[in-house]
Design a protein. Structure first.
Length: 202
């Protein structure tokens, strides 16, 4: 077992549909769940890795999920100038077994989400919401994760489904297309009560 934990950290990059975001994929499980940081403040509180990445002047967003980190850069920088520095930094960070996400983050996220939703669904609507969430989790989430992002159900109100886009999907030009043609189309087909899908940035 000892040799297994010391296997070298492998790291490679993958393009995402968002030209400003790049996915850094490793052979280690970094965090079972999703952690999206849009500003340094939240990162400082919950993720030493994200916080350290925000120290770079060109890092605008950090998203951690399973075995990858998606970094969103400032528009004025080119990937060819910064990619190797980031790759090296993330690789060394993981290699040194430093903390990625602090204990308690998931609980805090759940607590925040339950208070921000605020409205509880009842009867038929509760069933609909359950169906919508299942469809998103089963069909949409895996595809979005492959692109270095995440999608979360936020609310359902008289036919309108609101979702939150995170990681590389946040601010990505092609995510609007995906949202409208793919997700909205599927939900409308499967659940006739859905009339529209709108997104918010995570």
């Amino acid at each position: 077992m000892e040799t297994l934990s010391k296997s070298p950290v492998m790291l490679y990059t993958e393009q995402t549909p968002n030209p400003e975001s790049l996915k850094f994929v490793t052979n280690r499980m970094l965090y079972r769940g999703t952690a999206d940081f849009r500003e340094a403040e939240g990162a400082r509180e919950w993720s030493p890795l994200a916080s350290a990445l925000f120290e770079f002047p060109y890092v605008k967003g950090v998203y951690v999920c399973n075995n990858f980190v998606t970094v969103t850069k400032e528009f004025s920088y080119a990937w060819e100038d910064i990619m190797l520095k980031l790759k090296e930094f993330i690789k060394n960070y993981i290699d040194e077994d430093k903390i990625i996400i602090k204990e308690g983050f998931e609980e805090e996220k759940i607590r925040r989400e339950s208070t921000s939703v605020g409205e509880q669904y009842t009867g038929d609507e509760a069933e609909l919401v359950q169906k919508i969430k299942e469809l998103i989790d089963t069909y949409v989430k895996p595809a979005v994760e492959m692109d270095g992002g995440n999608i979360e159900f936020k609310s359902f109100d008289s036919g309108k489904v609101t979702v939150i886009l995170q990681g590389s999907c946040s601010g990505c030009p092609s995510s609007t297309v995906t949202l409208k043609s793919g997700i909205e189309g599927m939900l409308k087909r499967m659940i006739p009560e859905v009339t529209e899908v709108i997104s918010e940035m995570g």
